[in-house]
Design a protein around this ligand. Structure first.
Ligand SMILES: Cc1cc2nc3c(=O)[nH]c(=O)nc-3n(C[C@H](O)[C@H](O)[C@H](O)COP(=O)(O)OP(=O)(O)OC[C@H]3O[C@@H](n4cnc5c(N)ncnc54)[C@H](O)[C@@H]3O)c2cc1C
Length: 350
């Protein structure tokens, strides 16, 4: 008996799983084609933070996307009966007195920052942490356990998953069939796998390599994310992440000794205690040239859609971008201009 679905989702990273939730919430039938490779979403720290901490400014659509993040991952927790979202404060370590002055000045001038930043400078009282100028407290932050979310989703919705690499030759764009599955819409959420997609490979994706370390620290530290030139994030128990590196120019996809040293050198500027490195991972962030996520319909193949470019902020972007795309397809709502796939139409060759 041939099958029929509303949506065929290609890729089960954070983008694919958030789009699947849109389908579940709106009673749409779906299948996910997943090659089960552990890419960015399985390597990422999953940290979310509405502020650009180098400049002390909010990120694009901070309030709206933050609300969608908390809603989406909170609902995933109930659906999957797992702890997915871990709210935490971030303590931004000030490098000098000047930074503390900018912090206070910017917060007093920009009301939106007052929602997320505490204007008081927090003095350092923590053993093992070097922060002579104190901390700036960032609220409404935390991390999303993307790996646990994807693995739990896979188990619970096993019957929706086709465990294979999407075979582009098996997609018949005339009959809208993938093998013998009749498909209304295809959503490509392949992360950096986009470069192999014959329909969308004109989109200028940049593979931004990131590396991260998992540490064990036996010393007691507060349940706070410390942020300086990199971050130290508590995972629970004595486990911590230190991340991350950013490389668009690299020799291999593997973790490197040089980047491990770099991460530990930056850590040593603010963490003075003992630790053991227990894991070192690398993956590629799917980033678009203009640093905006990308969604929309293929200019020629009208039932094919792209959901990509989650960049450095997958946990932040995926819930909102999935919703914008779903509402665009189902309710014809306008995609925000800055995310539109059509901004690259000029690159599509005949
Ligand atoms: C070191 C590091 C640290 C990071 N830290 C953070 C952080 O703290 N906070 C944050 O928000 N983000 C972070 N990110 C970024 C985040 O990981 C990405 O933005 C996000 O995971 C991208 O999700 P995605 O679903 O688009 O892609 P992916 O996670 O790459 O998922 C795509 C999936 O599709 C599969 N696929 C591809 N092609 C096919 C095909 N043809 N057929 C079947 N399956 C296919 C892939 O194998 C993969 O499983 C970090 C990234 C890295 C590398």
């Amino acid at each position: 008996m041939p099958q029929k679905v509303d949506y065929l989702i290609v890729g089960l990273g954070i983008a694919g799983v958030c789009f699947a939730k849109q389908c579940l919430d709106n009673n749409k039938t779906f299948k996910i084609v997943a090659d089960n490779k552990k890419q960015a979403s399985h390597v990422a720290a999953g940290m979310y933070n509405p502020i650009i901490l180098f400049r002390f400014t909010t990120i694009h659509r901070a309030v709206e996307q933050m609300d969608q993040l908390v809603k989406t991952f909170g609902e995933f927790e109930s659906l999957l009966n797992q702890k997915i979202i871990h709210p935490k404060k971030i303590y931004r370590i000030f490098a000098n007195q000047h930074e503390t002055e900018i912090w206070v000045k910017k917060i007093s001038k920009k009301p939106i920052l007052q929602k997320f930043l505490n204007p008081e400078i927090i003095p350092n009282t923590f053993e093992g942490i070097h922060a002579p100028y104190g901390f700036g407290e960032v609220m409404h932050c935390g991390w999303v356990d993307m790996s646990l979310l994807i693995e739990s989703f896979k188990k619970q919705f096993n019957e929706h998953i086709i465990n294979e690499r999407f075979d582009y030759d098996s997609m018949d764009t005339e009959t809208n069939k993938y093998g013998d599955i009749e498909v209304k819409q295809v959503i490509f959420a392949e992360g950096v796998g986009l470069e192999h997609n014959p329909y969308f490979n004109y989109v200028p994706i940049i593979k931004n390599k990131g590396e991260i370390l998992e540490l064990e620290i036996d010393q007691e530290l507060p349940d706070i994310i410390f942020k300086s030139k990199n971050f130290l994030m508590p995972l629970g128990g004595n486990k911590y992440y230190v991340g991350a590196t950013y490389d668009v120019d690299y020799d291999s996809p593997e973790p490197t000794e040089a980047n491990k040293e770099l991460l530990l050198e930056k850590l040593s500027a603010y963490y003075k205690g003992e630790y053991t490195v227990v894991e070192h991972r690398a993956a590629f962030r799917p980033t678009i040239e203009d640093r905006r996520s990308i969604i929309g319909e293929h200019p020629k193949f009208k039932n094919m859609f792209l959901l990509n470019g989650m960049g450095t902020r997958g946990s932040f972007n995926a819930p909102s971008l999935s919703q914008y795309l779903f509402n665009h397809i189902e309710h014809k709502s306008e995609i925000p201009e800055e995310y539109k796939l059509s901004r690259f139409n000029h690159l599509l060759k005949d």
